[in-house]
Design a protein around this ligand. Structure first.
Ligand code: PEP
Ligand code: MN
Length: 286
């Protein structure tokens, strides 16, 4: 058990907020889901490529048990020459997919000037590269929409929780954390995912924590075993990239799983839920 001590993140830590936070998502033009209450599975394409792909993928992941739909419209690509996403046009297809399936949606926002375009998006994703973009965090805190905050691949856990603190301290309590691996000397996988952070985060923070096995491994065959391990170690959800034809994906194809594989992964993880580790809450002494 973690020794109870003062942490620099007062609002994200458990000391002054002992019970788990429940983050309610959607419910207006979509189904309502609650992170922290039930295991949530976010599925969908890395990047929205066209209307047909978005709608078909949405129907497929919904049928397989996804509870939230993802689709990137503004992509933070390493190279300026890579496909940058469809932007506002992509968000329109995401809205259509939401109307079609009833699934609440998540998409990455890169700049607060984009907020108006994200009106129909249920969860605003802050990507790994923007975790310490403090002016973005402060601006999104004012929006009052749930924020999916991804761990920067170059930051410590304390820095991650301090970024969550920025959002909470500026007025938005609806933060969902996402582990997606950090950069180490290992190059065999895309990033290095320290799964022991999951039970540690659950001891230190009341915020829900999910795992992204797609970006952390970068290899589609690893998505299933990593998803299973994350489920058993106590993650409160997963975010998985799905593509109808991974070989042809415009972004992150090597880590995308097919519709069939996604269905199989969801089933395996659901079967494991009764065996998931229950982290003791150090502040309740349970
Ligand atoms: C993503 O989820 O689309 C993404 C770009 O991930 P990350 O920010 O973790 O690299
Ligand atoms: Mn991706």
């Amino acid at each position: 058990m973690v020794i109870i001590k003062e942490t620099p993140y007062k609002m994200a830590g458990r000391m002054y907020h002992i019970e788990d936070s429940l983050i309610s998502v959607g419910g207006h033009n979509s189904e309502k889901v609650i992170f922290g209450e039930k295991f949530q599975i976010i599925g969908g394409p890395c990047t929205i490529e066209n209307r047909k792909q978005m709608l078909e993928t949405a129907k497929s992941v919904k049928a397989s048990g996804a509870t939230v739909l993802r689709g990137g419209a503004f992509k933070p690509r390493t190279s300026p020459y890579s496909f940058q996403g469809l932007g506002e046009e992509g968000l329109k297809y995401l809205s259509e997919a939401k109307a079609l399936t009833g699934l609440p949606t998540v998409s990455e926002i890169m700049d607060s000037s984009q907020l108006a375009m994200f009106e129909d998006v249920d969860i605003l994703q802050v990507g790994s590269k923007n975790m310490q973009n403090f002016s973005l965090l402060k601006a999104l805190a004012k929006s009052n929409k749930p924020i999916l905050l991804k761990h920067s691949f170059g930051c410590t856990l304390e820095e991650f929780l301090l970024s969550a603190e920025y959002i909470l301290a500026n007025g938005n309590p609806n933060v969902i954390l996402c582990e997606r691996g950090i950069r180490t000397f290992e190059t065999a996988t895309r990033f290095s995912l320290d799964l022991s952070l999951i039970p540690l985060i659950r001891e230190l923070s009341h915020l829900p924590i999910i795992v992204d096995p797609s970006h952390s491994s970068g290899i589609s065959s690893l998505v299933k075993p990593v998803s299973k391990a994350a489920t058993v170690i106590g993650a409160q959800g997963l975010m998985i990239e799905v593509h109808d034809n991974p070989c042809e994906a415009l972004c992150d194809g090597p880590q995308a799983v097919s519709y069939k594989d996604f269905e199989n992964i969801v089933k395996s993880c659901e079967e494991l839920l009764p065996f998931a580790h229950q982290t003791k809450n150090p502040f309740l002494g349970n």
